[in-house]
Ligand binder design. Structure first.
Ligand code: UDP
Ligand code: MG
Length: 322
């Protein structure tokens, strides 16, 4: 590419009032340094997507859009639609504007090392990669709980053949073309890191270190992380449904051997009152049925949400667009 890349950075923001000033300032410095080096064009933009925050995030975004006029833009969603949809809303909005060749998405708290942006741009410009994934070098900055649950999450993803790159979250660069292709996916339950890694196109990785959060607190407590893991697996894999059949076959084999044992006991005249075994098998089979129903329910629930084809989000207000 001959002219410098026009870069946009999309930041999903949910109750990030305390973080935004620091994030925009720090990001602005980094992007200005890249522009000064000629890696990106001076007309870069940072787009903050307010994901239905209940704090003062939106007034703060408006204030920053004024203070950094032409550099910072804002998109306010009508309600909280979640991290994934907020990113998608930002990407869709950016794709409608005429100021960008490539988009970087990252969390608004700048936990991800922004110095990797330069390397991402290089891979886009020099190597012609449409997708550049930011991958964490280590999880040292995470709590013990987060580290272990993340490991379990990626193992589960791998075993259920869900296409994710371990330790890559939402920090990535996408070319305008890749964004336009991403926007063609019509599903309501978006699991971006799975969709994007399964899209094809020339893809590269950039490794970086993640810092602890400076302001505010994490919006991903354990329950939300578990929900996200289930979303991820059921968005991409029907293996859990298949495994129900296998579990059924195994328990049938077990039942047959129990049957043979019981028959032998009767023939030998060694019958027992049987209460314990009856109770045990009742509970065992009961739990298998419940697990199986739960997994099927998860997929049926997904079908239910998808067939309604409801809009993912509504944009209530924007600031700093064209
Ligand atoms: N976020 C969002 N909508 C939500 C929850 C989170 O847009 O419903 C944003 C949040 O503002 C942040 C990013 O998603 O920019 C990641 O959230 P957080 O930093 O709380 O997650 P963690 O780093 O703890 O995994
Ligand atoms: Mg964070």
């Amino acid at each position: 590419m001959e002219t410098p890349v026009r870069l946009c950075v999309v930041l999903p923001c949910y109750n990030e009032e305390d973080t935004l000033e620091y994030s925009i300032k720090t990001l602005g410095e980094e992007l200005s340094a890249l522009a000064a080096k000629g890696s990106i064009s001076g007309g870069y933009r940072v787009v903050c997507v307010d994901d239905g925050s209940s704090d003062g995030s939106w007034p703060e975004i408006c204030r920053l859009a004024q203070a950094y006029a032409g550099r910072v833009a804002g998109v306010k969603l009508s309600r909280n639609v979640g991290h994934q949809n907020a990113i998608l809303a930002g990407l869709e909005w950016v794709a409608r504007q005429d100021f960008c060749d490539a988009v970087v998405t990252m969390d608004a708290d700048l936990q991800d090392d922004i110095s990797a942006i330069g390397e991402m741009v290089e891979k886009f410009v020099r190597d012609g990669c449409d997708i550049v994934l930011g991958v964490r070098c280590s999880r040292k900055s995470d709590s013990l709980l987060k580290r272990h649950t993340a490991r379990m999450f990626y193992d589960l993803m791998k075993n259920s053949h869900t296409p994710v790159v371990p330790d890559h979250a939402e920090y990535r660069l996408m070319s305008r073309r890749a964004v336009e292709c991403l926007l063609q996916y019509g599903e309501r339950n978006v699991f971006l890191r799975g969709i994007i890694t399964s899209m094809g196109f020339k893809t590269a990785m950039v490794h970086y270190d993640r810092r602890p959060r400076r302001h505010g607190k994490s919006k991903y407590p354990l329950a939300r992380m578990l929900n996200f893991a289930v979303e991820g697996i059921t968005s991409f894999s029907i293996r859990p449904i298949r495994s129900i059949f296998l579990i059924g076959v195994v328990s049938l084999v077990l039942t047959l051997s129990v049957g043979i044992y019981v028959l032998a006991a009767i023939l030998l005249g060694r019958t027992y009152p049987g209460w314990a075994s009856l109770m045990l098998s009742l509970w065992f089979l009961g739990s298998l049925i419940l697990i199986a129903l739960g997994i099927i329910g998860e997929y049926i629930g997904k079908i239910y949400l998808e067939v309604k084809h409801r809009p993912r989000y509504f944009i209530e207000e924007t600031v700093g667009g064209e």
